[in-house]
Write a protein that binds this ligand. Structure first.
Ligand code: ACO
Length: 430
């Protein structure tokens, strides 16, 4: 009978090693026994950017990048986008099961009643220049938020942890909206406990002189769907940052601030902003072909919103988002950039360069167009990504804390620098 093992022959020594295979994986530490001399460190794997290294076992999000499948806790993303709400999905990610009616009611209530933030945080925001990027403000405010809850350091107190999770999910919309109002020079609009999560967010963003803000139901729902689609995506750059920083046992606010910083980069959550910049630069459908040629020529130009480390097929989220885009445009009017995006997608999906490299639209290709139609300024796009992703980060963080296999994240290196040499006095240096 076939054995679930891998036999490795070290041709330096002629020795053979049998290593167990479990879950289609070998343990990197099993390679450490492979040595030439007894005092050698032992064989390591070199895997910059974790291209083929599983850093954890996870039961949260499943992706099959070749088939274009995305499931949260086993539930297909399209079913959740159609039938769930963001807060229900957040609960699912955090707890592993869909909530009962009473659990959902309690969760919604608790999140709603934790949306207020300490007034001192307003002074923190006021310290920023009017044109400060909202992601910079979000990252700083998240880190500062933790200082109001020193008990958050007790990360193994399960009940306390639940409270911090509720606070973080709840206060994200307030911090995000306050950051926007600060940018616009407008007075802060406080949470309204009678509104839904996304309705409340729109209220804090856009309420002006009306006594009660009524969020447009179609936009409220569209935003909720976008939040569902962005809630988690297994071991992406920011989830990895959350786990790595959290592995030092720091409080969740500091770890979430670090994860948000990772999300800010243009290769991650910043890509939707870059898509709009790219579409605006292209300017017209007739310039699309020339732009594609520039991308293919490898002149350092990438087709933003295309390609993914994991998806080598159409990103299932992009398919749903494209549909939501049309629903939003029915209310807001069509974005003038939509035709350019459609033409880009059409040409790229047929072009050999993109087909060969399996480059398909990712979640960011259309999300920026929706955000723009909903009157969010471009700088707010990564913030809109961060709001729902906080539930994914926290689910990943909890799983890491409960996993006996996990320790402080601490990779190895292959040292390639100079070894011991004597200090050279200044007058002798060339
Ligand atoms: N446009 C043009 N060519 C591309 C693109 C793109 N968007 N993405 C990848 N390629 C090419 C690369 O040049 C490379 O070609 P080569 O083999 O001839 O050198 C090949 O495809 C493989 O690309 P890698 O960079 O090795 O792929 P990797 O998995 O490291 O990168 C990434 C994934 C960062 C997402 C990349 O596709 C990219 O930069 N896309 C644009 C930015 C973007 O949309 N990011 C959002 C990702 S989704 C998210 O974070 C929510």
């Amino acid at each position: 009978m076939a054995k679930e093992t891998l036999t490795i022959v070290d041709n330096r020594t002629g020795k053979s090693y049998e290593i167990p295979i479990k879950e289609e994986t070998i343990r990197a530490t099993d390679l450490r026994q492979i040595k030439v001399h007894p005092d050698d460190f032992g064989l390591m794997t070199y895997d910059p950017a974790f291209m083929n290294t599983a850093a954890c076992r996870s039961a949260i999000t499943f992706i099959d990048g070749d088939k274009g499948i995305l499931e949260y806790r086993g539930y297909p993303i399209d079913q959740l986008a159609e039938r769930s709400s963001y807060l229900e999905t957040a609960w699912l990610l955090l707890h592993g099961e869909l909530p009962s009616k009473s659990q959902l009611e309690e969760w919604k209530h608790d999140v709603t009643y934790h949306t207020f933030i300490n007034e001192n945080l307003k002074s923190l925001l006021d310290a920023f220049r009017y044109n400060a990027h909202p992601m910079g403000k979000l990252i700083a405010t998240l880190a500062a938020l933790g200082t109001f809850y020193p008990e958050a350091k007790n990360i193994f107190d399960v009940e306390g942890r639940e409270k911090q999770i509720t606070r973080l999910v709840a206060k994200m919309i307030t911090i995000a909206a306050f950051g926007y109002r600060h940018m616009m020079g407008q007075p802060y609009s406080y949470p309204d406990n009678e509104l839904s999560y996304t309705g409340n967010f729109l209220n804090m963003m856009y309420k002006t002189t009306e006594v009660k803000y009524q969020p447009p139901p179609a936009l409220e729902r569209a935003l909720d769907v976008l939040f569902i689609l962005h809630a988690d995506h297994e071991q992406n750059c920011s989830a990895n940052a959350m786990r790595a920083v959290g592995s030092s046992h720091v409080d969740p606010y500091s770890a979430v601030a670090a994860a948000a910083a990772a999300l800010y980069g243009p290769l991650h959550g910043g890509a939707n902003e870059e898509v709009i910049r790219m579409l605006s630069e292209i300017g017209s459908v007739k310039n699309v072909k020339a732009f594609i040629d520039k991308v293919k020529a490898g002149e350092g130009v990438r087709l933003m919103g295309f390609g993914h480390r994991v998806y080598k097929n159409y990103d299932p989220r992009a398919r749903i988002i494209k549909k939501v885009a049309y629903e939003v445009f029915e209310i807001t009017g069509k974005s003038p950039l939509l035709d350019i995006a459609l033409e880009l997608e059409k040409i790229a999906l047929e072009d050999d360069y993109f087909v060969k490299r399996k480059l398909y639209p990712n979640v960011d290709f259309y999300s920026g167009l929706i955000y723009q139609a909903m009157k969010f300024p471009m700088d707010m796009f990564p913030v809109l990504f961060a709001i729902p992703r906080v539930s994914g980060w926290l689910a990943q963080w909890q799983e890491m804390l409960n996993d006996p296999d996990q320790k402080i994240a601490r990779p190895r290196q292959i040292f390639v620098g100079a070894r011991k040499r004597d200090y050279v006095p200044m007058e002798k240096r060339r």
